[in-house]
Design a protein around this ligand. Structure first.
Ligand SMILES: *[C@@H]1O[C@H](CO)[C@@H](O)[C@H](O)[C@H]1NC(C)=O
Ligand SMILES: *[C@@H]1O[C@H](CO)[C@@H](O)[C@H](O)[C@H]1NC(C)=O
Length: 172
């Protein structure tokens, strides 16, 4: 058998891995976009009941995006170094968006309190945190062992942001 024939399956595997890394990165982009949309809705909310609907809607789509991301990661092959680095970079950028959005959610708590909506926000935050942890665990299981601690350090601030908001919203 020719050497190139022997290598063909390796090349196919490499391109599948690259495609899987790209799919996970796209999923993280979608989560990022939804996170920033949510920030924008909360930022511009006038504190009235009727206009809270887009916030609730976006919060629901965010949860769905996180769960879809988890499914994408579950279906992915083990990532190579390049894929792991790409996903790591997205995660660290996502942490910035999450920090900004959750900061906005925390400072807007008095408005949610006034409409007795804070327990609903708290529930959403808890669901989103749980989904994020699950997504994280799946991604970490798909990257080379050498990078796992580093990957955990990149996603830790995201979980910290959720914990900060959950602590604040618990006090109602
Ligand atoms: C999230 O979106 C912002 C604004 O478009 C962008 O600057 C940032 O790089 C994005 N982060 C990710 C993880 O794509
Ligand atoms: C956002 O990041 C800053 C700087 O690291 C940190 O002090 C703050 O607690 C974070 N806030 C949230 C809600 O994650």
């Amino acid at each position: 058998m020719k050497f190139t024939t022997l290598l063909a399956p390796v090349a196919i595997l490499a391109s599948t891995v690259a495609a899987d890394a790209a799919s996970i990165q796209t999923a993280l982009d979608t989560i990022n976009l939804s996170t920033l949309k949510l920030k924008n809705y909360v930022d511009t909310w006038n504190g009235k009941l009727l206009t809270v609907i887009p916030i609730v809607g976006e919060s629901t789509s965010l949860l769905a995006s996180i769960n879809r991301g988890k499914q994408t990661a579950e279906e992915s092959e083990e990532l190579d170094t390049l894929g792991a680095l790409g996903v790591g970079e997205k995660t660290s950028k996502l942490a910035t968006s999450v920090n900004q959005t959750i900061t906005t959610i925390i400072t807007s708590k008095p408005k949610f309190d006034k409409l007795l909506l804070s327990p609903t926000i708290l529930l959403n935050l808890k669901l989103e945190k749980k989904a994020t942890e699950e997504l994280n665990d799946v991604i970490i299981s798909k990257i080379p062992e050498l990078f796992r601690d580093f990957a955990r350090s990149l996603s830790a601030p995201i979980i910290d942001s959720f914990d900060e908001a959950i602590e604040t919203y618990k006090l109602f």
